[in-house]
Design a protein around this ligand. Sequence first.
Ligand code: SF4
Ligand code: SF4
Ligand code: SF4
Length: 379
Amino acid sequence: MESQDILVIDGNEYAFSPGETILQVARRNGIDIPTLCWMKGASPTGACRVCVVEVEGARSLVASCAAPAAPNMVVRTQTPAVMRARRLNIELLVASGEHNCLVQDLDMDSWTDFQLKAMGAKEHRDLCPVYGNCRLQELAIQYQVRGCRFEPSEGRHEIETVNPFIVRDLSRCILCGRCVQACNEIQVNNAISFGYRGTKAKIVAKGDRALKDSDCVFCGECVQACPVGALVLSQDMESNGRVKGETKLVRTTCSYCGVGCQMYLHVRKGRIVRVTGVEDVGPNFGSLCVKGRFGYDFVHDPGRLKTPLIRDNGALREASWEEALKVVAENLDRIKKADGPDAIGVLASARITNEENYIAQKFARAVIGTNNVDHCARL
Ligand code: SF4
Ligand code: SF4
Ligand code: SF4
């Protein structure tokens, strides 16, 4: 590699490709630079300034997520000035809204003191629903933000609970913009954007309406992107569901359509409590649609068929697979002999795999002898 493709980070030389940012080169080489607003697959904004680094010759600290690597650049990621700046930025973010988690109160004497203070907070009596699973809280602890030197700003926004699936509590929003990028750049739904200015700035759906009255299709991508408790799934509010560490992850393929999105089922006590997309793997690279993310109630539906049913004298009764398949085979054979193979049709499904659909058409053509093959998306 020629010298113009080299930069120095913390005293070591690293090669980079044109267009790479300092953050990308650092992460590729295992150097930890914290981020809050940066999101893979979206354009960097440098909004939170938690990823600042020192660059030799620069007049001030540089947001590494948005700064392109340059030949012979000398970068330092762990200097006292960098650590102080990151800590201050985190502190300001914690003070910017209703962040009544332990982070603001680490100086308090006891858990009881903390709870008493939290109970006094209007609208935020309960522990934050993402407590223990919040990037801001994690960074605040890592950078030892103890208490808060700044007067916390008043929670300016009412909690929006009228939407299906999603609760918006913008008083916890740190205006990182990840939800807007997730909606507009990743899912290309363009349902939300930054609205108003200055201290009134907030994330708005068109015309500052509730999500349910906007162009939102409730894909939930913004919730997955939100690093704090500003966007929370309704089911997590109801079950007080802090999923991290309490659930087992089961990787599977979404069964709703033929795209084959890769997803994790978060399973707690034998029940699915959440679904998230698998990052870094196609075809969906972490994204899911409303069906994949929220449509899992059927798994635990008590009315779900678990055994074949055979209709006897007008009433359905449970049967074994052997008995049911025997009845089907006898009836197909009888119909074919009486009326020919074209009296039979095979309906496959868009929700089964390619291989299963192949077997279905093979069965229709080679075993029954008909080309009557179609699919029904609702099967
Ligand atoms: S969003 Fe994060 S930082 Fe804010 S209260 Fe909840 S856990 Fe704490
Ligand atoms: S749920 Fe989907 S469509 Fe609605 S705001 Fe979030 S990302 Fe946009
Ligand atoms: S709602 Fe969440 S993701 Fe969106 S700007 Fe606020 S903190 Fe960031």
